[in-house]
Design a protein around this ligand. Structure first.
Ligand SMILES: O=C(CO)COP(=O)(O)O
Length: 425
């Protein structure tokens, strides 16, 4: 959908349009502004807002704007006419007015109707949709078309596709810098975490349209993992405030896995994920189980250090039941201001398999497993040191090796989701 507004004023109305734009800067600054040459210059000088300037009206500026309207790029035209004086380029003016009629584009020709357009804009939300076209196994073009079809009657979408050069995180930062009031992320957990990471602490509501392999974040927060359901959740408008976290400076929404999980994620590479979907993780997990060894682990919380021989250390902010290694407490609470830490210390492969099954079972019944080889705790922050150093995976991406310093950011994210009902364990 277009997000451009065209601004034009005849000479004796130029002061009016500058005053009008100045009075409505907060709302108009959310849109791309285009204007005829002199009008654009006056608005830029008078308000500091960026304006893309066409030719001056008599030289064809009205005609250029008419072309933009005709090609569907313009959401509204504000054209303060001077009806008391004849203009040399009257045919161009009439052509622009006619094109607005033909294309049913809101057109204000005086200050009263310009105010009406601003009132309309106030009721329209603009959503920055950050869309990863290579996530998951669906047809990205069809997915995007469906999202637009479902959301656009109520939310004007500013669509930005991720590319190898333009990361989801960069796009999210740009959206925030442009004053986004609503950011939507569509892709796998990597895309969603990257966008969420940039949004932490801004208070900007985040919509999640999961199209990935595991979609752990959506599942953890009870957000539907089909496009239609996800869009309905966004349109319903209910938001939840959940915790976020940082691991060695990297934003973390779901969990940090140290040891087993990091190795497993590395095995379940992009190619395997495209071929086997979520099964890739299980295949990789079984392969990994054959090779994995325990490592010496130090956990430091508020100056107190404890030592373990661990196979996996998982520090979770939010996690679905299928994030087996995070389930030391039977469920991960995303709204308690604390991280859920699970340390698995199996000494044989059989114990490891048993421990994983046990953890999965406890997540399903939301009770902590009672096993001597699983330790669990909740804390706001901790430091994990291992010998030898272990890889760390944060929200599905390897970010480096231990030591890992992880801190919860209570209430760091506002997401569109139904209220989360947590049971206290
Ligand atoms: O003449 C105009 C519109 O018809 C306005 O043009 P300028 O903004 O260049 O003065």
């Amino acid at each position: 959908m277009p997000t451009t507004i065209a601004l034009i004023a005849h000479d004796r109305k130029k002061d009016d349009i500058v005053a009008f734009v100045r009075a409505h800067t907060p709302i108009l600054s959310r849109y791309k502004l285009i204007a005829t040459g002199t009008t654009g210059q006056r608005i830029q000088e008078g308000t500091g807002l960026p304006v893309e300037r066409m030719l001056s009206g008599p030289m064809g500026g009205d005609a250029q704007i008419a072309a933009q309207v005709a090609t569907g790029n313009v959401i509204a035209v504000i054209f303060l006419l001077d009806s008391l004086y004849a203009q040399p380029h009257e045919p161009d003016i009439q052509a622009l007015l006619r094109i607005c009629e033909v294309h049913n584009i809101p057109l204000a020709t005086n200050l009263a109707t310009a105010e009406a357009i601003v009132a309309m804009l106030r009721q329209t939300r603009i959503g920055y949709l950050i869309f990863n076209p290579v996530s998951g196994q669906g047809n990205a073009q069809q997915d995007l078309a469906l999202i637009q079809q479902l959301l656009e009657p109520q939310i004007r979408l500013n669509v930005h596709l991720t590319t190898p050069e333009l990361s989801a995180e960069q796009l999210a930062q740009d959206a925030i810098a442009q004053g986004a009031e609503l950011i939507l992320a569509s892709g796998g957990d990597g895309t969603i975490s990257a966008v969420a990471g940039a949004v932490i602490g801004t208070g900007i509501p985040l919509g999640i349209i999961a199209r990935g392999t595991a979609n752990a974040f959506a599942v953890a927060l009870g957000i539907p993992t089909n496009i239609r359901g996800a869009c309905e959740t966004i349109l319903a408008g209910t938001t939840c405030i959940v915790d976020a976290a940082r691991c060695n400076g990297f934003p973390m929404i779901l969990l940090a896995g140290i040891g087993f999980e990091a190795e497993m994620v590395e095995r379940a590479n992009r190619e395997a994920k495209s071929r086997f979907g979520a099964l890739a993780y299980i295949v990789a997990g079984i392969q990994q189980l054959n090779e994995h060894e325990l490592f010496a682990t130090q956990i430091e919380i508020e100056g107190i250090v404890k030592e373990f021989q661990a196979g996996a250390v998982t520090v979770a902010n939010a996690a679905p039941p299928t994030s087996v290694l995070a389930q030391g407490l039977g469920q991960v609470i995303a709204t308690d201001g604390l991280l859920d830490v699970t340390i698995a210390m199996p000494s044989t492969k059989l114990q490891a398999v048993n421990a994983m099954l046990n953890l999965f079972g406890s997540a399903l019944i939301q009770t902590a497993p009672n096993r001597p080889d699983i330790i669990h705790l909740r804390t706001k922050q901790l430091k994990v040191t291992t010998d030898p150093p272990q890889k760390i995976v944060v929200d599905g991406e390897i970010i480096g090796t231990t030591p890992a310093e992880i801190e919860c950011i209570p209430n760091g994210l506002t997401v569109f989701a139904s209220p989360i009902i947590e049971q206290t364990v």
